[in-house]
Design a protein. Structure first.
Length: 314
């Protein structure tokens, strides 16, 4: 069975004072070194001596001399305080995020900008390992229910999962067509005009599709869906191949991704949605997750918004 002697010893501070008295060889000098008064040091040593049930030191010819009991306690105090010093070092290196993993599950459309957020973050924390899972909205919601990731990215966050969120970026959904498309030559068109055209739609479970369907429903309209495609890139290529028109996140058109395409001036567009980072309320954030959140708030938001504004398709 473990000894309970530690329960009688007052506080760590008393052990610190004891070591100062031992090192300085005097109550007065110990008090000075710790910026305490002499009576405070004496009182604390008396308490410690009572707790240990024996004298810690005595005065021989006015000189402070430690007893065997006192010396034993000094030895143990050094070990205890050294253990805490080692704990401090261990925590310090943990705080330097070595090694650590950041887990993100993001919806398909956010893959256009998430890497641009991760780049500068990894420069700052080179030892961090990133696990990036990409799926459509429905798949990302499923993953969120399992709760293994640090952050989730949606533009249409689920309402039935207890989570905190940070809105960090605009997500305008715009209509695009091949650059030769006759609708592209017009100054202004209506959403109803899009319904005359073959429409390329994302798959069921996609957040983009969810937003498009909500818009058409609001205006009592229905697009003429010609193809259902599970990828933004494949949809863009289908538009370039004159297979139809679509409504798509403006982020898919950044970083040179708009060549051969034209944005249609539809009065009811863009759909003004926004991107959110979400994290589960029940999950305690890791140190690296907290650092990432700080990165988004301080640098990330502005960096991404600038890219979006700079690369917006005309
Ligand atoms: P999606 O999601 O990639 O599944 O279409 C985008 C969104 O949530 O808006």
């Amino acid at each position: 069975m473990r000894s309970r002697i530690h329960a009688h010893v007052g506080t760590m501070r008393q052990l610190e004072i004891l070591l100062a008295v031992h090192d300085q060889g005097s109550i007065n000098e110990a008090a000075k070194s710790l910026f305490l008064t002499q009576p405070t040091v004496s009182i604390q040593m008396k308490k410690l001596s009572d707790a240990i049930r024996g004298p810690l030191y005595q005065f021989v010819n006015r000189k402070l001399v430690f007893t065997d009991i006192g010396l034993e306690l000094v030895k143990t105090s050094v070990e205890v305080l050294d253990s805490f010093a080692r704990l401090d070092v261990a925590l310090g290196s943990l705080r330097k995020f070595k090694p650590s993993t950041l887990r993100l599950a993001v919806v398909t459309t956010s893959k256009y900008f998430i890497p641009h957020l991760l780049g500068p973050f990894c420069e700052e924390f080179p030892d961090v390992e990133i696990q990036l899972n990409i799926g459509n909205r429905e798949k990302t919601i499923e993953r969120m229910k399992q709760g293994v990731d640090d952050f989730y990215v949606f533009s249409h966050p689920p309402q039935d999962i207890e989570a905190q969120s940070l809105e960090f970026l605009d997500n305008p959904l715009v209509a695009i067509a091949h650059e030769d498309h006759p609708l592209g030559k017009q100054k202004s068109i209506n959403l109803a005009d899009l319904c005359e055209q073959p429409f390329l739609m994302r798959e069921k479970g996609s957040g983009t599709r969810y937003a498009i369907e909500a818009l058409f429903k609001k205006h009592n309209l229905q697009p003429k869906v010609k193809m259902t495609i599970e990828s933004n890139e494949a949809i863009k290529h289908a538009v370039m191949s004159k297979l139809g028109i679509t409504i798509i996140s403006a982020h898919t058109l950044t970083y040179g991704g708009q060549s051969g395409l034209v944005r249609l001036p539809v009065k009811e567009l863009p759909i003004d949605s926004h991107w959110f980072f979400l994290w589960l309320s029940a999950k305690r954030p890791t140190l690296i997750a907290s650092a990432f959140l700080k990165h988004i708030k301080t640098n990330g938001r502005e960096l991404l918004q600038n890219e979006l504004d700079k690369n917006a398709v005309n």
